[in-house]
Design a protein around this ligand. Structure first.
Ligand code: RIB
Length: 314
């Protein structure tokens, strides 16, 4: 059971504010912390804490932030294949308001240097059962990882965030696409709704999970009928990293199910729908735990916490 993640890592500079400032406005923060984040890093830690054996390919600067991100990911159980480059480690300025909503500005820094894969990194991707990708690193590398994984029969999962135009050459190697409503609308602009966009994106034998925030997620398994998985109602402290927690936990649970291993995601049928729905339920519990705690990586729950939460909600 193994997951490879190719993606970004950032040091998140988090400012709690009563409300997020408007353009031209200055507000005083009520607190400040610097914590590990970045979509790739968050998803790698989420998959590891959810029980998967995770390898993370990432570019970090030769600086204290890079040391800290690598060390804390390793403490979470992630095997970090970090290349150190002559650029500052990625960072993000995050404001979180009283309702737990955020705004984020990312400086890619070292993440922009992940422009190709070494032979060893390609082998790590091909050896995994699941590959988890996001769009915070250069598209060429995302594509190279997807191609290597697909050729090896590794299940390719793409979280299309932050959203950008995706070449058909990338999408054809993706077995499962995870998008929110905004991302679905941008990837399928002619569709009349997010649900219609998700159906369009799923139509080529690819599965889609459309995340709907507080309304849950819509699972469209390749060849199956859509299934709505409701979200848990919880007290929201900070939504930062909740989407990444969802993706990492979903990948780990799918991997554990075995149903979609080694290219079987292309096989339509009830097994795939059932496995994806079960994974989305598990991921929804993980995300519900993460929004109740501050920060990205610090908020990500362990397998025991997720299972206890699920048992409690029965
Ligand atoms: O998805 C949340 C993440 O987005 C943050 O951790 C921040 O680093 C940005 O990458």
């Amino acid at each position: 059971m193994s997951t490879a993640v190719v993606g970004s890592a950032n040091l998140d500079l988090v400012y709690r504010v009563d409300r997020i400032p408007s353009p031209g406005e200055t507000v005083l923060a009520t607190s400040f912390t610097a914590v590990p984040g970045g979509k790739g890093n968050n998803q790698a830690v989420a998959a590891a804490r959810a029980g998967s054996d995770v390898t993370f390919v990432v570019a970090l600067g030769r600086d204290t932030a890079g040391d800290r991100l690598a060390e804390e990911a390793r403490e979470a159980g992630v095997r970090v294949l970090d290349r150190r480059v002559d650029a500052p480690t990625g960072s993000a300025v995050i404001t979180v308001d009283a309702a737990g909503e955020n705004s984020i500005v990312v400086d890619s820094g070292a993440n922009a240097s992940l422009i190709s894969l070494t032979e060893g990194e390609r082998e790590a991707v091909a050896a995994a059962d699941v590959l988890l990708l996001q769009l915070e690193t250069p598209l060429d590398t995302v594509l190279a990882a997807a191609v290597a994984a697909h050729a090896a029969g590794t299940l390719v999962v793409l979280n299309a965030a932050p959203v950008r135009d995706l070449p058909a050459a990338l999408l054809e190697h993706v077995d499962l696409l995870i998008v929110n409503e905004h991302e679905a609308g941008l990837l399928a602009p002619a569709a009349s709704s997010a649900e219609a966009a998700a159906a369009e994106l799923a139509s080529a034998g690819r599965s889609v999970v459309l995340t709907l925030g507080g309304s849950g997620s819509l699972v469209l398994a390749a060849g199956g009928s859509p299934v709505l998985v409701p979200a848990h109602r919880v007290e929201v402290v900070d939504t930062t990293g909740a989407g990444d927690t969802f993706c990492g936990a979903l990948a780990a649970e799918l991997d554990r199910s075995g149903v979609v291993r080694r290219g079987a995601a292309e096989r339509p049928g009830p097994d795939l729908t059932a496995a994806l729905v079960a994974a989305a339920r598990f991921a929804s519990a993980a995300a519900a735990l993460s929004v109740q705690r501050p920060g990205a990586v610090p908020s990500i729950p362990t397998l025991e916490e997720i299972r206890a939460f699920v048992a409690d909600r029965r």
